[in-house]
Design a protein around this ligand. Sequence first.
Ligand code: FES
Length: 107
Amino acid sequence: MVQITLIQPSGASLQLDVPEGWSLMQAAVKNGIDGIVAECGGSCVCATCHVYVQQERFAELPPPGEDELELLDEVKAERRPNSRLSCQIKAAPELNGLIVTIPEYQT
Ligand code: FES
């Protein structure tokens, strides 16, 4: 299991134990986390699973693919340098303890 902390726009945080290989989106949806809409179910076409990754650890993530980069232009909340789509972030041991913040809105 990989421990990931999700922070809501309100500041409330929740720590999830995410099975290795699951996306952060899958874990958030499975746990009923508000703010991760994931309309496309992880097919990388909806941009409603946007998150802000902890700045200090952003470079530890595998880089986004072309599809994700293009789709990040479609996110509804502000796109920031640490924006990623949570369906494209797979839980891996090296990400243990990662903190991601959910934007104010997704649609
Ligand atoms: S769930 Fe649709 S792009 Fe991530």
